[in-house]
Ligand binder design. Structure first.
Ligand code: PMP
Length: 406
């Protein structure tokens, strides 16, 4: 493979050139949302300047152009995930995608005595919908525990997959620990026991080449804004039989074939699940984002981020009193940590004064922080457009912040 010119890549991101508090911005909050290359901004801009119309409704030229652009984005995302477009429901993001599974697949099927298994490291988006379903069906939510290094306890998980378990909800990559879970092997075990698997790919899609069919899961959710696309874009992939067997979740225009007051027939999948006017411009932008990532290559991105992660981890390991949460061997470029005697929010506030954007808090993963017995962590999450020089500056700013806090 040809070497990537990372400096040239970085120049595609206009926001990264701005200053914050009179310092050059260091954006290390990529797990929260990623920055957008100028190609994405231009695609959205061009859509509104030249092609704006609603999808699948009008026969006029603009309507056709808008529909082609929207459906083109579906094809691009399908290629990115190595799945078929008709099995890909476009929606506003992972949160919607998981709720779609919860309300449309789980709610009509689960009953008292059934178990929904979720891991300790889930984002609230992969916990709360299951609690809502449990409340309404009498099913219970049980927890697959982790080990102190932030990897899943695979023996415990194996034991937890009892005949009562109907559904396993699991992150492909943890947004706090960075852990890459062995999803393929876990789904194989789940399948043998008839357990349906829902994989939250929010933090995997930005960092790894995706091959969803190879994982052997039943549902896979992604969110567009973490892969350099606009906010309010995302998708749920599911096998055709599952989608066909599921009732619609949201009703309205676009998702129907025929409507009368006596009986309504629904559109084919995936449109059956896409009621109302979608985020058309957003998906046009997402298509451009995926073309952009494809141009670099997800393998190259993984390798680059692996180097950045190794550098950051090495620097942080040198700091006395600093504890990293999540040291599993297979990790994405996300580092959560604390420094003895310094509050995470205080450090983050002082880092902001130095132009550094990191997240402090519980990262929408309260049960995970409860496991570690801490109220908050600092999280530095990297993207391929970050640099080794930024890591050096970040560490210097962190040491300065700690000195200031005494
Ligand atoms: N799951 C994980 C692991 C996440 O990191 C996030 C975003 N922080 C979500 C789900 C929710 O994604 P969204 O807000 O885009 O729906």
């Amino acid at each position: 493979a040809q070497a990537v010119d990372w400096e040239r890549i970085r120049a595609d991101f206009p926001l990264l050139t701005r200053a914050v508090n009179d310092k050059p911005l260091i954006y290390f909050d990529n797990a929260n949302t990623a920055q957008k290359p100028v190609q994405v901004v231009a695609a959205v801009d061009m859509f509104y300047r030249r092609h704006n119309a609603n999808v699948s409704r009008a026969v006029h030229a603009l309507g056709t152009e808008a529909t082609e652009a929207y459906e083109g984005a579906r094809k691009t995302l399908a290629r990115f995930m190595k799945v078929r477009g008709e099995e890909l429901v476009l929606c506003s993001g992972t949160t919607f995608a998981i709720n779609l599974v919860a309300y449309s697949w789980a709610l009509p099927r689960l009953k008292a005595g059934d178990v929904i298994l979720v891991s300790r490291m889930e984002h609230h988006a992969n916990i709360v919908p299951w609690q809502l379903v449990a409340e309404r069906t009498g099913a219970t939510v049980q927890v697959a525990e982790i080990l102190p290094d932030g990897s899943l306890d695979l023996d415990a998980l194996d034991k937890a997959m009892t005949p009562r378990v109907k559904l396993l909800a699991l992150a492909h990559v943890s947004n706090v620990l960075g852990t890459v879970n062995p999803v393929r092997e876990i789904c194989r075990q789940a399948r043998k026991r008839g357990i349906v698997t829902v994989i939250d790919g929010s933090q995997a899609a930005p960092h790894l080449p995706l091959d969803v069919p190879a994982l052997g899961c039943d549902f896979y959710a992604v969110t567009g804004h973490k892969i350099c696309g606009p906010t309010g874009t995302g998708a749920l992939w599911a096998r055709r039989e599952l989608l066909e067997a599921m009732p619609p979740f949201i009703g309205g225009g676009e998702m129907i074939k025929e409507v009368s007051f006596e009986k309504t027939t629904f559109n084919d999948i995936p449109h059956k699940f896409e009621a109302g006017t979608p985020n058309i411009a957003g998906f046009v932008g997402l298509g451009a984002a995926l073309d952009y990532l494809d141009g670099i290559g997800m393998e190259a991105i993984r390798a680059r981020e692996g180097e950045l992660l190794a550098h950051l981890t090495e620097e942080l390991d040198r700091i006395e009193g600093l504890r990293i949460f999540g040291t599993a061997p297979d990790k994405a470029a996300v580092v959560s940590f604390l420094i003895d005697g310094a509050h995470a929010h205080d450090l983050a506030t002082l880092l902001d004064l130095e132009g550094v954007a990191v997240r402090s808090g519980q990262h929408c993963a309260h049960p995970l922080l409860q496991y570690y017995g801490v109220a908050a962590t600092l999280r530095a999450s990297l993207a391929f457009y970050n640099t080794h020089a930024e890591i050096e500056s970040f560490v210097a700013a962190l040491l300065k912040a700690r000195r200031l806090l005494g």
